[in-house]
Design a protein around this ligand. Structure first.
Ligand SMILES: *[C@@H]1O[C@H](CO)[C@@H](O)[C@H](O)[C@H]1NC(C)=O
Length: 381
């Protein structure tokens, strides 16, 4: 099961350095350069240039990494929670049962639930909030909570669900500035972010595979985007038939650099936080697993899975060289800045084969996961 894999990925992290990066404010551009301090591993040096976070639904994994001071943010994943629920861990089981009880109490009468879908949707959100609350007590930074992926093409419904998620957090005493609402990078999802950001609800636009999505998200005032250089590379490899790329010429790396440069040139505050990594130079190249990470050193933030954090901690600090620099990249940016409208966006999007294919694939696979979770919840009712 996936959860077991995630949890068993807990590594010998006692060797990881302690308190490297504290929670940093949004516009952090670090002024302490590696040369002014001595670092022993690539992980420490990288953490000095880029704020690092972890993607895991496993409380124990997040807790262990948070203790090293490396992890400032975290992300909920309801599927992990529900799987853990069936694995017999009481902490998750309690979250699941509370979510079910809560949803019933809010939406059902004595003699049954009129709109079972509403009850189930509320239970899904409540479960994410329960896990999110737990995570906020482990990390000092923000916790992302996703809006139902099935609403990715519905702005209004996404806004409603996001508001309700934030309200539940606030009821539990978790302030909205600790939370990021995750929305898929569709035009409709990005427009939902535009509405929410105006209400002071910060958003994480995920499943970003193209410059167009990044530009629209920045223009909407999104707090953060999560581009996926690994999956962008997958698409280009398939397209070109090439097995490998030099990391600095890797299309996934170049795509993220282009987004970062555009944000900095036109002074958008949006944070560029890539996640999803592949070896640029192909499989079986020593150290290749962190090719894309090293090629993007210096970008605002990164989400890195435990095995790659471990690879970095076993590499010498000299492999880390700043590759993203706000000033230099802004100066090199050749993209114009013009306001995207729904029409112009959709016209460009139509020609964006990588974006279209990968976004659809991402939404489809999250939809399958959400439906699995709902099946599990139905059994608990
Ligand atoms: C934003 O979402 C992405 C994709 O799920 C995740 O990897 C990343 O950690 C999230 N960012 C934060 C700050 O939670």
């Amino acid at each position: 099961m996936r959860l077991k894999l995630v949890c068993s990925a807990i590594l010998a992290i006692s060797s990881l350095p302690t308190s490297i990066s504290a929670f940093s404010p949004r516009h952090h551009h670090r002024t302490i350069y590696a040369s002014t301090r001595l670092f022993t591993s690539a992980l420490e040096t990288l953490a000095d240039l880029t704020t690092l976070s972890i993607d895991s639904g496993c409380i124990d994994t997040v807790a262990k990494y948070a203790k090293t001071g490396l992890i400032t943010d975290a992300t909920t994943n309801p599927l992990f929670v529900s799987q853990a629920g069936s694995n017999g861990d009481v902490r998750y089981e309690e979250m699941v049962m509370e979510a079910v009880t809560y949803a019933k109490a809010k939406t059902c009468a004595q003699d049954g639930c009129d709109l079972p879908d509403n009850t189930l949707n509320l239970a899904v959100d409540r479960l994410a909030v329960n896990l999110g609350k737990q995570l906020t007590s482990l990390v000092s930074g923000r916790v992302s909570t996703e809006v139902d992926i099935r609403l990715s093409y519905n702005t209004e419904a996404s806004v409603e669900r996001a508001r309700s998620i934030i309200a539940m957090y606030e009821e539990m005493g978790v302030s909205k500035d600790r939370i990021l609402i995750k929305l898929a990078g569709t035009w409709e999802g990005i427009q939902a972010a535009k509405v929410l950001e105006k209400e002071g609800i910060q958003c994480n636009i995920t499943l970003v595979f193209s410059f167009l999505q990044a530009a629209a998200a920045a223009q909407a005032g999104a707090y953060l985007i999560s581009p996926f250089p690994g999956r962008i590379l997958d698409w280009h490899k398939k397209q070109s038939g090439k097995e490998s790329y030099p990391p600095d010429a890797d299309p996934g790396v170049l795509a993220v650099k282009r987004m970062f440069a555009y944000f900095r040139k036109y002074k958008y505050d949006t944070i560029c936080m890539p996640a999803s990594w592949r070896p640029s130079r192909g499989v079986n190249v020593e150290g290749g697993d962190v090719d894309q990470i090293l090629a993007l050193a210096g970008v605002d933030e990164m989400t890195i899975p435990p095995p790659l954090l471990d690879s970095l901690s076993s590499m010498p600090s000299t492999v880390v060289v700043r590759k993203c620099d706000a000033k230099a990249d802004a100066a090199a940016c050749t993209d114009p800045d013009f306001l995207l409208t729904e029409d112009s966006y959709k016209t460009y999007w139509d020609t964006d084969d990588c974006g279209k294919e990968k976004l659809k694939e991402g939404i489809d696979s999250f939809t399958v996961e959400t439906e699995k979770l709902i099946k599990i919840l139905i059994e608990k009712f």
